[in-house]
Design a protein around this ligand. Structure first.
Ligand code: AMP
Ligand code: GLY
Length: 417
Protein backbone atom coordinates (compact mmCIF):
# COMPACT_ATOMS: atom_id res chain seq x y z
CA UNK A 1 0.00 0.00 0.00
CA UNK A 2 1.21 3.51 -0.88
CA UNK A 3 0.47 5.77 2.07
CA UNK A 4 0.59 9.55 2.49
CA UNK A 5 0.91 10.87 6.05
CA UNK A 6 0.03 14.54 6.63
CA UNK A 7 1.78 16.57 9.33
CA UNK A 8 5.20 17.44 10.70
CA UNK A 9 5.16 16.92 14.46
CA UNK A 10 6.29 14.34 16.99
CA UNK A 11 2.95 12.58 16.58
CA UNK A 12 3.61 12.15 12.85
CA UNK A 13 7.20 10.95 13.39
CA UNK A 14 5.84 8.25 15.73
CA UNK A 15 3.14 7.32 13.19
CA UNK A 16 5.72 7.14 10.38
CA UNK A 17 7.97 4.92 12.51
CA UNK A 18 5.07 2.60 13.36
CA UNK A 19 3.62 2.45 9.82
CA UNK A 20 7.09 1.79 8.36
CA UNK A 21 7.10 -1.53 10.27
CA UNK A 22 3.90 -2.73 8.60
CA UNK A 23 4.32 -5.62 6.13
CA UNK A 24 1.47 -4.10 4.08
CA UNK A 25 3.34 -0.85 3.40
CA UNK A 26 5.10 -0.46 0.05
CA UNK A 27 5.94 3.27 0.11
CA UNK A 28 5.41 5.95 2.72
CA UNK A 29 5.19 9.64 1.81
CA UNK A 30 4.93 12.45 4.35
CA UNK A 31 3.89 16.05 3.79
CA UNK A 32 5.58 18.15 4.85
CA UNK A 33 7.35 15.80 7.33
CA UNK A 34 10.44 16.70 9.37
CA UNK A 35 14.10 15.57 9.68
CA UNK A 36 13.09 12.61 11.88
CA UNK A 37 10.33 11.46 9.52
CA UNK A 38 12.85 11.47 6.63
CA UNK A 39 14.28 8.22 8.00
CA UNK A 40 10.97 6.43 7.31
CA UNK A 41 9.27 8.34 4.49
CA UNK A 42 9.79 10.42 1.37
CA UNK A 43 8.96 13.96 2.45
CA UNK A 44 7.20 16.41 0.14
CA UNK A 45 7.15 20.13 0.89
CA UNK A 46 3.47 20.86 0.28
CA UNK A 47 0.97 22.65 2.52
CA UNK A 48 -1.11 19.85 4.12
CA UNK A 49 -4.00 22.25 4.78
CA UNK A 50 -4.51 22.99 1.05
CA UNK A 51 -6.96 20.43 -0.42
CA UNK A 52 -5.72 21.02 -3.98
CA UNK A 53 -2.04 20.47 -3.08
CA UNK A 54 -2.89 17.27 -1.22
CA UNK A 55 -5.12 15.77 -3.95
CA UNK A 56 -2.47 16.63 -6.57
CA UNK A 57 0.14 14.68 -4.58
CA UNK A 58 -2.33 11.79 -4.09
CA UNK A 59 -2.85 11.67 -7.86
CA UNK A 60 0.82 12.03 -8.81
CA UNK A 61 2.04 9.35 -6.38
CA UNK A 62 -0.93 6.98 -6.82
CA UNK A 63 -1.62 7.02 -3.06
CA UNK A 64 -3.90 4.27 -1.67
CA UNK A 65 -4.50 5.73 1.81
CA UNK A 66 -4.08 9.17 3.38
CA UNK A 67 -3.47 9.38 7.15
CA UNK A 68 -4.10 12.83 8.64
CA UNK A 69 -2.17 13.77 11.81
CA UNK A 70 -3.16 17.29 12.92
CA UNK A 71 -6.56 18.99 13.12
CA UNK A 72 -5.85 21.89 10.73
CA UNK A 73 -6.13 19.82 7.49
CA UNK A 74 -9.31 18.18 8.82
CA UNK A 75 -10.98 21.49 9.63
CA UNK A 76 -9.85 22.80 6.20
CA UNK A 77 -11.72 19.96 4.47
CA UNK A 78 -8.68 18.04 3.22
CA UNK A 79 -10.22 14.66 4.11
CA UNK A 80 -13.37 15.59 2.15
CA UNK A 81 -11.32 16.53 -0.92
CA UNK A 82 -9.31 13.28 -0.87
CA UNK A 83 -12.45 11.21 -0.33
CA UNK A 84 -14.17 13.03 -3.22
CA UNK A 85 -11.13 12.07 -5.31
CA UNK A 86 -11.94 8.44 -4.51
CA UNK A 87 -9.09 7.60 -2.12
CA UNK A 88 -9.69 6.39 1.48
CA UNK A 89 -8.68 8.77 4.28
CA UNK A 90 -8.00 7.99 7.93
CA UNK A 91 -9.34 11.28 9.31
CA UNK A 92 -12.86 12.74 9.54
CA UNK A 93 -14.68 15.11 7.20
CA UNK A 94 -14.79 18.81 8.10
CA UNK A 95 -18.40 18.30 9.21
CA UNK A 96 -17.42 15.50 11.65
CA UNK A 97 -14.26 17.33 12.80
CA UNK A 98 -16.52 20.11 14.12
CA UNK A 99 -16.70 17.97 17.25
CA UNK A 100 -13.22 19.40 17.95
CA UNK A 101 -13.58 22.71 16.09
CA UNK A 102 -16.67 23.89 18.00
CA UNK A 103 -17.18 23.20 21.70
CA UNK A 104 -20.84 24.27 21.37
CA UNK A 105 -21.34 21.66 18.63
CA UNK A 106 -19.59 19.03 20.78
CA UNK A 107 -21.98 19.83 23.67
CA UNK A 108 -24.97 19.55 21.36
CA UNK A 109 -23.81 16.13 20.15
CA UNK A 110 -23.11 14.91 23.71
CA UNK A 111 -26.52 16.06 24.91
CA UNK A 112 -28.29 14.38 21.99
CA UNK A 113 -26.24 11.19 22.41
CA UNK A 114 -26.68 11.02 26.20
CA UNK A 115 -22.91 11.25 26.83
CA UNK A 116 -22.04 12.34 30.40
CA UNK A 117 -20.41 15.79 30.35
CA UNK A 118 -20.31 19.05 32.35
CA UNK A 119 -23.46 21.17 32.22
CA UNK A 120 -22.97 24.26 30.03
CA UNK A 121 -24.67 27.36 28.65
CA UNK A 122 -23.73 28.78 25.24
CA UNK A 123 -23.69 32.55 24.59
CA UNK A 124 -23.49 34.39 21.26
CA UNK A 125 -23.11 37.69 23.04
CA UNK A 126 -20.09 38.60 25.22
CA UNK A 127 -22.07 40.99 27.45
CA UNK A 128 -24.71 38.38 28.23
CA UNK A 129 -21.97 35.82 28.97
CA UNK A 130 -20.10 38.32 31.20
CA UNK A 131 -23.26 39.09 33.17
CA UNK A 132 -24.00 35.38 33.67
CA UNK A 133 -20.37 34.67 34.63
CA UNK A 134 -20.39 37.48 37.21
CA UNK A 135 -23.34 35.83 38.98
CA UNK A 136 -21.71 32.38 39.15
CA UNK A 137 -19.25 30.81 41.58
CA UNK A 138 -16.44 28.55 40.35
CA UNK A 139 -17.02 28.17 36.65
CA UNK A 140 -15.12 27.23 33.51
CA UNK A 141 -15.08 29.70 30.62
CA UNK A 142 -14.43 28.34 27.12
CA UNK A 143 -14.11 29.93 23.70
CA UNK A 144 -16.15 27.94 21.19
CA UNK A 145 -13.48 27.59 18.47
CA UNK A 146 -9.92 26.28 18.13
CA UNK A 147 -7.59 28.44 20.25
CA UNK A 148 -4.36 26.41 20.45
CA UNK A 149 -4.80 25.54 24.14
CA UNK A 150 -5.56 29.16 25.11
CA UNK A 151 -9.34 28.91 24.94
CA UNK A 152 -10.18 27.60 28.42
CA UNK A 153 -10.04 29.39 31.78
CA UNK A 154 -10.91 27.59 35.02
CA UNK A 155 -12.10 30.45 37.24
CA UNK A 156 -12.35 30.45 41.03
CA UNK A 157 -14.85 33.27 41.34
CA UNK A 158 -17.53 35.16 39.43
CA UNK A 159 -15.28 38.17 38.94
CA UNK A 160 -12.44 36.02 37.60
CA UNK A 161 -14.88 34.33 35.22
CA UNK A 162 -16.15 37.72 34.02
CA UNK A 163 -12.58 38.85 33.23
CA UNK A 164 -12.02 35.57 31.37
CA UNK A 165 -15.20 36.03 29.30
CA UNK A 166 -14.03 39.45 28.14
CA UNK A 167 -10.52 38.18 27.31
CA UNK A 168 -11.72 35.08 25.41
CA UNK A 169 -14.43 37.17 23.69
CA UNK A 170 -11.65 39.09 21.91
CA UNK A 171 -10.21 35.92 20.29
CA UNK A 172 -11.35 34.82 16.83
CA UNK A 173 -12.38 31.54 18.52
CA UNK A 174 -14.45 33.47 21.07
CA UNK A 175 -17.37 34.68 18.93
CA UNK A 176 -19.35 32.21 21.03
CA UNK A 177 -18.61 31.56 24.69
CA UNK A 178 -19.48 28.56 26.86
CA UNK A 179 -19.89 28.76 30.62
CA UNK A 180 -19.42 25.33 32.06
CA UNK A 181 -19.97 23.62 35.39
CA UNK A 182 -16.60 23.08 37.07
CA UNK A 183 -15.81 19.42 37.70
CA UNK A 184 -13.10 17.85 39.77
CA UNK A 185 -10.98 14.71 39.47
CA UNK A 186 -8.04 13.19 37.62
CA UNK A 187 -7.97 13.48 33.83
CA UNK A 188 -7.63 10.61 31.39
CA UNK A 189 -7.33 10.52 27.61
CA UNK A 190 -9.12 7.74 25.77
CA UNK A 191 -8.75 7.50 22.01
CA UNK A 192 -10.52 5.16 19.63
CA UNK A 193 -10.08 4.13 16.00
CA UNK A 194 -13.48 4.70 14.40
CA UNK A 195 -15.05 3.68 11.09
CA UNK A 196 -18.22 5.76 11.32
CA UNK A 197 -20.02 3.15 13.39
CA UNK A 198 -17.59 1.02 15.39
CA UNK A 199 -14.89 2.08 17.86
CA UNK A 200 -11.71 0.23 18.89
CA UNK A 201 -9.95 1.71 21.92
CA UNK A 202 -6.25 2.53 22.06
CA UNK A 203 -4.60 2.14 25.48
CA UNK A 204 -5.65 4.93 27.88
CA UNK A 205 -3.03 7.63 28.39
CA UNK A 206 -2.35 10.71 30.44
CA UNK A 207 -0.94 13.99 29.17
CA UNK A 208 0.77 16.72 31.26
CA UNK A 209 -0.42 20.05 29.92
CA UNK A 210 1.26 22.57 32.20
CA UNK A 211 4.75 23.80 31.34
CA UNK A 212 6.40 23.27 34.71
CA UNK A 213 6.85 20.49 37.22
CA UNK A 214 4.11 20.11 39.81
CA UNK A 215 1.51 21.06 37.16
CA UNK A 216 2.46 24.73 37.40
CA UNK A 217 2.93 27.41 34.76
CA UNK A 218 1.00 28.07 31.55
CA UNK A 219 -0.90 25.48 29.51
CA UNK A 220 0.98 23.95 26.59
CA UNK A 221 0.20 21.47 23.84
CA UNK A 222 1.51 18.81 26.25
CA UNK A 223 4.88 18.32 27.96
CA UNK A 224 4.83 14.56 28.32
CA UNK A 225 2.62 11.50 28.49
CA UNK A 226 2.48 7.87 29.51
CA UNK A 227 0.45 4.80 28.64
CA UNK A 228 -1.27 2.73 29.73
CA UNK A 229 -2.72 5.05 32.39
CA UNK A 230 -4.42 2.59 34.74
CA UNK A 231 -6.98 4.96 36.24
CA UNK A 232 -9.99 2.90 35.14
CA UNK A 233 -10.63 -0.83 35.31
CA UNK A 234 -11.09 -2.68 32.01
CA UNK A 235 -14.88 -2.85 32.47
CA UNK A 236 -15.05 0.91 32.99
CA UNK A 237 -13.00 1.44 29.82
CA UNK A 238 -15.40 -0.79 27.93
CA UNK A 239 -18.13 1.44 29.38
CA UNK A 240 -16.41 4.48 27.81
CA UNK A 241 -16.38 2.69 24.45
CA UNK A 242 -20.04 1.69 24.71
CA UNK A 243 -21.49 4.78 26.38
CA UNK A 244 -19.28 7.59 25.03
CA UNK A 245 -17.68 6.56 21.74
CA UNK A 246 -20.42 4.49 20.08
CA UNK A 247 -23.35 6.86 20.88
CA UNK A 248 -21.27 9.84 19.67
CA UNK A 249 -20.52 8.04 16.40
CA UNK A 250 -24.20 7.14 16.03
CA UNK A 251 -25.29 10.75 16.56
CA UNK A 252 -22.73 12.12 14.06
CA UNK A 253 -23.78 9.51 11.48
CA UNK A 254 -27.45 10.35 12.08
CA UNK A 255 -26.62 13.95 11.18
CA UNK A 256 -24.95 12.86 7.95
CA UNK A 257 -21.40 13.33 9.28
CA UNK A 258 -19.98 9.84 9.90
CA UNK A 259 -16.69 9.97 11.80
CA UNK A 260 -13.81 7.97 10.34
CA UNK A 261 -10.53 8.49 12.12
CA UNK A 262 -9.50 8.88 15.75
CA UNK A 263 -12.04 10.16 18.23
CA UNK A 264 -10.25 11.43 21.34
CA UNK A 265 -12.24 11.86 24.54
CA UNK A 266 -10.65 14.05 27.23
CA UNK A 267 -12.26 12.69 30.40
CA UNK A 268 -12.46 13.86 33.98
CA UNK A 269 -12.95 11.02 36.47
CA UNK A 270 -15.34 12.69 38.91
CA UNK A 271 -16.66 11.09 42.13
CA UNK A 272 -19.93 10.45 40.25
CA UNK A 273 -18.26 8.81 37.23
CA UNK A 274 -16.30 9.76 34.11
CA UNK A 275 -17.46 12.81 32.17
CA UNK A 276 -16.24 14.14 28.83
CA UNK A 277 -14.51 17.54 28.97
CA UNK A 278 -13.73 17.73 25.28
CA UNK A 279 -13.46 15.75 22.08
CA UNK A 280 -10.60 15.93 19.60
CA UNK A 281 -10.95 14.64 16.05
CA UNK A 282 -7.39 13.25 15.87
CA UNK A 283 -4.64 11.56 17.84
CA UNK A 284 -3.08 13.52 20.71
CA UNK A 285 0.46 14.87 20.71
CA UNK A 286 2.52 13.75 22.72
CA UNK A 287 0.12 10.87 23.63
CA UNK A 288 0.61 9.25 20.20
CA UNK A 289 4.36 8.97 20.71
CA UNK A 290 3.85 6.69 23.72
CA UNK A 291 0.89 4.87 22.16
CA UNK A 292 2.94 3.93 19.09
CA UNK A 293 5.55 2.38 21.41
CA UNK A 294 2.83 0.55 23.32
CA UNK A 295 0.53 -0.83 20.59
CA UNK A 296 1.77 -4.18 19.29
CA UNK A 297 -0.88 -4.54 16.56
CA UNK A 298 -0.13 -3.63 12.94
CA UNK A 299 -2.02 -0.34 12.57
CA UNK A 300 -1.91 0.05 8.79
CA UNK A 301 -4.71 -2.46 8.01
CA UNK A 302 -6.75 -1.00 10.88
CA UNK A 303 -6.35 2.59 9.61
CA UNK A 304 -7.42 1.37 6.16
CA UNK A 305 -10.38 -0.54 7.61
CA UNK A 306 -11.46 2.51 9.61
CA UNK A 307 -11.17 4.70 6.51
CA UNK A 308 -13.36 2.34 4.50
CA UNK A 309 -16.00 1.54 7.13
CA UNK A 310 -14.83 -2.01 7.77
CA UNK A 311 -13.17 -1.93 11.21
CA UNK A 312 -13.11 -5.31 13.01
CA UNK A 313 -14.41 -4.86 16.54
CA UNK A 314 -11.75 -7.02 18.24
CA UNK A 315 -9.74 -5.19 20.93
CA UNK A 316 -6.23 -4.03 20.00
CA UNK A 317 -3.22 -6.09 20.88
CA UNK A 318 -0.91 -4.15 23.23
CA UNK A 319 2.70 -4.65 24.20
CA UNK A 320 3.51 -5.57 27.79
CA UNK A 321 4.80 -2.95 30.20
CA UNK A 322 4.41 0.81 29.85
CA UNK A 323 5.81 3.73 27.87
CA UNK A 324 6.72 7.25 28.95
CA UNK A 325 7.42 10.22 26.67
CA UNK A 326 9.16 13.45 27.68
CA UNK A 327 8.89 16.58 25.55
CA UNK A 328 12.01 18.70 25.16
CA UNK A 329 10.80 22.23 24.43
CA UNK A 330 12.53 25.37 23.19
CA UNK A 331 13.23 28.30 25.54
CA UNK A 332 10.30 30.74 25.57
CA UNK A 333 7.75 27.98 24.77
CA UNK A 334 4.72 28.25 24.79
CA UNK A 335 4.46 32.06 24.43
CA UNK A 336 7.38 32.86 22.13
CA UNK A 337 9.75 29.94 21.45
CA UNK A 338 13.28 30.89 20.42
CA UNK A 339 14.60 28.58 17.72
CA UNK A 340 17.70 27.95 15.60
CA UNK A 341 19.84 26.29 18.31
CA UNK A 342 21.92 23.22 17.33
CA UNK A 343 20.78 19.99 19.01
CA UNK A 344 23.54 17.80 20.50
CA UNK A 345 23.30 14.04 20.98
CA UNK A 346 20.91 13.07 18.18
CA UNK A 347 23.43 10.82 16.43
CA UNK A 348 24.07 8.61 19.50
CA UNK A 349 22.80 5.04 19.20
CA UNK A 350 19.72 4.31 21.33
CA UNK A 351 19.11 1.13 23.29
CA UNK A 352 16.18 -1.12 22.33
CA UNK A 353 12.92 0.35 23.62
CA UNK A 354 14.07 3.99 23.43
CA UNK A 355 12.96 6.32 20.63
CA UNK A 356 13.61 10.00 19.97
CA UNK A 357 10.81 11.52 17.90
CA UNK A 358 11.37 14.84 16.13
CA UNK A 359 8.78 17.64 16.25
CA UNK A 360 10.09 21.20 15.79
CA UNK A 361 13.43 20.44 14.13
CA UNK A 362 15.04 21.52 10.87
CA UNK A 363 18.18 20.57 8.98
CA UNK A 364 20.53 23.50 8.29
CA UNK A 365 23.85 22.81 6.52
CA UNK A 366 23.74 19.17 7.58
CA UNK A 367 23.03 19.94 11.26
CA UNK A 368 19.70 19.54 13.02
CA UNK A 369 18.58 22.70 14.83
CA UNK A 370 15.50 23.64 16.85
CA UNK A 371 12.67 24.98 14.71
CA UNK A 372 9.55 25.03 16.88
CA UNK A 373 8.14 25.12 20.40
CA UNK A 374 8.14 21.41 21.08
CA UNK A 375 11.41 20.10 19.66
CA UNK A 376 11.69 16.38 20.51
CA UNK A 377 9.78 13.69 22.39
CA UNK A 378 12.06 11.18 24.10
CA UNK A 379 10.19 7.92 24.67
CA UNK A 380 11.03 4.70 26.50
CA UNK A 381 9.19 1.46 26.98
CA UNK A 382 9.98 -0.85 29.93
CA UNK A 383 8.41 -3.37 32.30
CA UNK A 384 6.46 -0.74 34.22
CA UNK A 385 5.84 3.03 34.29
CA UNK A 386 8.56 3.74 36.86
CA UNK A 387 11.23 1.93 34.83
CA UNK A 388 10.06 3.51 31.59
CA UNK A 389 10.23 6.93 33.23
CA UNK A 390 13.77 6.32 34.48
CA UNK A 391 14.89 5.15 31.01
CA UNK A 392 13.30 8.15 29.29
CA UNK A 393 14.99 10.56 31.73
CA UNK A 394 18.32 8.85 31.15
CA UNK A 395 17.93 9.12 27.36
CA UNK A 396 16.87 12.78 27.63
CA UNK A 397 20.02 13.65 29.58
CA UNK A 398 22.04 13.06 26.38
CA UNK A 399 19.96 15.36 24.19
CA UNK A 400 20.73 19.00 24.73
CA UNK A 401 20.24 22.42 23.20
CA UNK A 402 20.41 25.92 24.60
CA UNK A 403 17.55 26.79 26.95
CA UNK A 404 15.98 23.31 26.77
CA UNK A 405 12.81 22.96 28.87
CA UNK A 406 11.88 19.54 30.26
CA UNK A 407 9.55 18.27 32.99
CA UNK A 408 11.16 15.56 35.09
CA UNK A 409 7.92 14.64 36.84
CA UNK A 410 6.10 13.16 33.83
CA UNK A 411 4.31 9.98 34.99
CA UNK A 412 5.75 10.42 38.50
CA UNK A 413 2.25 10.08 39.99
CA UNK A 414 1.10 7.28 37.67
CA UNK A 415 -0.74 4.49 39.46
CA UNK A 416 1.35 1.30 39.48
CA UNK A 417 -0.06 -1.86 37.97
P1 AMP B 1 -10.49 21.38 27.28
O1 AMP B 1 -9.71 22.04 26.18
O2 AMP B 1 -11.97 21.58 27.19
O3 AMP B 1 -10.11 19.95 27.54
O4 AMP B 1 -9.98 22.09 28.61
C1 AMP B 1 -8.63 22.20 28.93
C2 AMP B 1 -8.41 21.86 30.38
O5 AMP B 1 -9.24 22.68 31.21
C3 AMP B 1 -8.81 20.43 30.72
O6 AMP B 1 -7.77 19.53 30.45
C4 AMP B 1 -9.12 20.56 32.21
O7 AMP B 1 -7.93 20.53 32.97
C5 AMP B 1 -9.73 21.94 32.32
N1 AMP B 1 -11.21 21.85 32.24
C6 AMP B 1 -11.97 21.90 31.12
N2 AMP B 1 -13.28 21.78 31.40
C7 AMP B 1 -13.38 21.67 32.74
C8 AMP B 1 -14.47 21.52 33.66
N3 AMP B 1 -15.74 21.49 33.24
N4 AMP B 1 -14.18 21.43 34.97
C9 AMP B 1 -12.90 21.50 35.42
N5 AMP B 1 -11.82 21.63 34.61
C10 AMP B 1 -12.04 21.72 33.28
N1 GLY C 1 -1.88 16.67 24.04
C1 GLY C 1 -3.21 17.13 23.91
C2 GLY C 1 -3.73 17.11 22.54
O1 GLY C 1 -3.12 16.62 21.62
O2 GLY C 1 -4.82 17.63 22.35
Amino acid sequence: MRVLLLGSGGREHALAWKLSQSPGLSTLFAAPGNPGIEAHATCRAIDPTKPVEVTELVRAERIDLVVVGPEAPLVAGVADAVRAFGVPVFGPSAAAARIEGSKAFAKEIMLAAGVPTAGAAVFDDVEAAAAAAARGGPIVVKADGLAAGKGVVVADSGSEAEVAVRALGKLPAGARILLEERLDGPELSVMALCDGERAVLLPPSQDHKRLREGDLGPNTGGMGAYAPARLLADEALEGIRREVMVPTLRELARRGAPFRGVLYAGLMLTPTGPRVLEFNARLGDPETQVLMMQVAADLLPLFHAAATGALPEAPLESAAGASVGLVLAAPGYPEAPRTGAPIAGLERPRPEGVMVFHAGTRRVDGRVVTAGGRVLTVCARAGDVAQARARALEAAADLTFEGRQLRRDIAAKAPAG
